[in-house]
Design a protein around this ligand. Structure first.
Ligand SMILES: Cc1cc2nc3c(=O)[nH]c(=O)nc-3n(C[C@H](O)[C@H](O)[C@H](O)COP(=O)(O)O)c2cc1C
Length: 203
């Protein structure tokens, strides 16, 4: 049973979340877990203006996901930073290249799940995940979120991401906050939860 984590991260917050999702998915016996980033679409000059060039170069060893690879996974967990309450353009462009897969029904019945991050606490994490789900539904995915059995999302003693729609992290206005232990626990829970459902669907 194969779990693919396909994510985009400009400064590293979603990268850290993706690693935690993978850790959780690997807890399920016989799960083959892969982390891949979706292709960059911004030119280097823009990445430099955004202060992201150095980080982007540091992750150049992480394999880039191709659209064709989606068809060979049983579960796909997508990670995207919030952009104006929506998925990022890199992810949108990647998904917009899946028309051939849609035409063949190649993704129908696979397990799909989404995690995210944003600068601010109420900056659109839920809208990002829920609007992402629309694309997954068009492709025929069986959508899995982050159930309340992940009790960490009940916490009010500290600022935290995480909702029934999926794990998330709050990066801060200058990206100064990396995922907290509670947010990483949510990501691990989501990875394990998705993999456990995929294991039952694709024994
Ligand atoms: C063009 C742009 C739009 C953004 N829109 C939002 C937003 O709507 N709400 C928010 O809280 N953060 C927003 N952010 C902040 C990003 O979500 C944040 O930098 C990201 O989650 C950090 O994760 P990363 O390091 O993995 O890229 C935006 C950032 C950019 C560059």
């Amino acid at each position: 049973m194969k779990v693919l984590i396909a994510y985009y991260s400009l400064y590293g917050h979603l990268q850290r979340m993706a690693e935690a999702v993978a850790e959780g998915a690997k807890e399920i016996k016989d799960a083959k877990v892969e982390i891949k980033r979706v292709p960059e679409t911004l030119p280097e000059s823009v990445l430099a203006q955004m202060g992201a060039l150095e980080y982007q170069k540091s992750i150049s060893h992480i394999p880039v996901c191709t659209v064709g690879e989606l068809a060979s996974a049983d579960a796909i967990i997508f990670g995207t930073p919030t952009r104006f309450g929506n998925m990022c353009g890199q992810m949108r462009q990647f998904l917009d290249a899946t028309g051939q897969l849609w035409a063949k029904g190649a993704l129908v019945g696979k397990v799909g799940s989404v995690f995210t991050g944003s600068a601010t606490q109420h900056g659109g994490q839920e809208s990002t995940i829920l609007s992402f789900h629309i694309t997954l539904l068009h492709q025929g995915f069986v959508i899995v979120g982050l159930p309340y059995s992940f009790q960490g999302q009940m916490r009010i003693d500290e600022i935290t991401g995480g909702s029934p729609y999926g794990a998330s992290t709050i990066a801060g206005g200058r990206g100064e906050r990396m995922p907290s232990e509670n947010e990483l626990a949510g990501a691990r829970f989501q990875g394990k939860h998705v993999a456990s459902i995929a294991a039952r669907l694709f024994p």
